[in-house]
Design a binder for this molecule. Structure first.
Ligand SMILES: NC(=O)c1ccc[n+]([C@@H]2O[C@H](COP(=O)([O-])OP(=O)(O)OC[C@H]3O[C@@H](n4cnc5c(N)ncnc54)[C@H](O)[C@@H]3O)[C@@H](O)[C@H]2O)c1
Length: 293
């Protein structure tokens, strides 16, 4: 299968790597040539990249080399998508930007290609509102880091055809993941649940009911979550977390998604989460609350 990935940032590069590892040819494109260069570097040498997989004996050197050869940078949308069977959009979480990309896909992609967005919080039918043929529009929501996270949410709009959903579910299984199907409602399944937990954890902290460590430990030891809600927010990136909540609030108008003040403050001051995952970050929850009275 030929895959095109639009937007070669954090998620685009992970998604491209996963498909390439499973034998698919992946064309990638990004408006920023720097992102393409650093993305290829990260696929090869990043924490979940090819070299790391080889070092852990999860992949042979030959498989690694072939995986890298299957990821082909494209200079424009038409070149990237023209012969793709599946297009996955992973540009910034901004509705007008995604709408513009999908409007261009109308002519850039083959009429038979599945057109998927990796959006976390936006409404898929709005993203593809300018497409004339909407039965092939869907969400394919990968989780960070996609190389190891087993879940992919498949989002069906009221116009996505059954055939497309079945096709997408099969594709997800062929890359070693488990698909779950969600309606095109804000937050789908996983983020609606995950962000609810994060918002409640933030309330506990704001009220002074409990401290960061204890809240994280409650979920790790009491519920067997691998990370506590603040650890997970630092891992995902606090700027991403803020954008997700803002998008969810804008989409629903529901006040329960208004981002916590502390989160906004952290992002404004450059605390973007785990510095080993977010370049130039001053740190995450623990660092911020250490320096703020
Ligand atoms: N970060 C996460 O943990 C996560 C998890 C699941 C889903 N998502 C979703 O994935 C999408 C991408 O998020 P990300 O964290 O990878 O963002 P990112 O900021 O790391 O990367 C976005 C990339 O899109 C590129 N881009 C912007 N406009 C473009 C255009 N018109 N054409 C081509 N490329 C363009 C940018 O140059 C950048 O490299 C978002 O919709 C986000 O909600 C993110």
């Amino acid at each position: 299968m030929r895959v095109a990935v639009i937007g070669f940032g954090l998620m685009g590069r992970q998604i491209a790597q996963v498909f390439a590892q499973h034998g698919h040819e992946v064309k990638v494109t990004d408006e920023s040539p720097v992102a393409v260069k650093s993305g290829l570097e990260e696929v090869a040498h990043g924490p979940y990249g090819i070299e790391s997989a080889i070092a852990k004996a999860k992949m042979s050197r030959e498989e690694g080399t072939m995986t890298l050869q299957r990821i082909l940078p494209s200079s424009d949308l038409k070149d990237a998508c023209g012969d793709a069977d599946l297009v996955i959009e992973a540009v910034y979480e901004l509705l007008p930007l995604k709408q513009e990309v999908f409007a261009k896909l109308e002519s850039a992609a083959s009429p038979s290609a599945l057109l998927a967005s990796n959006t976390s919080t936006l409404t898929v039918s709005k993203i593809g509102s300018k497409l004339s043929k909407k039965d092939r529009l869907l969400g394919m929501h990968f989780f960070n880091p996609a190389q190891v996270t087993k879940l992919v949410e498949i989002v069906k709009t009221s116009q996505t055809s059954k055939r497309v959903i079945q096709q997408a579910a099969k594709i997800v299984e062929t890359i070693g993941k488990t698909p779950i199907i969600a309606d095109d409602e804000p937050g789908f399944i996983a983020n609606r649940l995950g962000l609810t937990l994060y918002m409640e954890a933030s309330r506990l902290l704001e009220e002074g009911t409990a401290k960061i460590n204890d809240i994280d430990l409650a979920m790790k030891l009491g519920y067997n979550h691998p990370m506590g809600p603040f650890e997970l927010a630092d891992f995902v990136g606090l700027d991403t977390r803020l954008r997700n909540l803002e998008a969810l609030f804008q989409t629903t108008g529901d006040e329960r998604w208004i981002p916590p003040k502390a989160l906004r403050e952290m992002v404004n001051q450059g605390y973007l989460g785990d510095p080993s995952r977010r370049k130039h970050s001053k740190g995450g929850y623990r660092e911020f609350f250490k320096t703020t009275p």
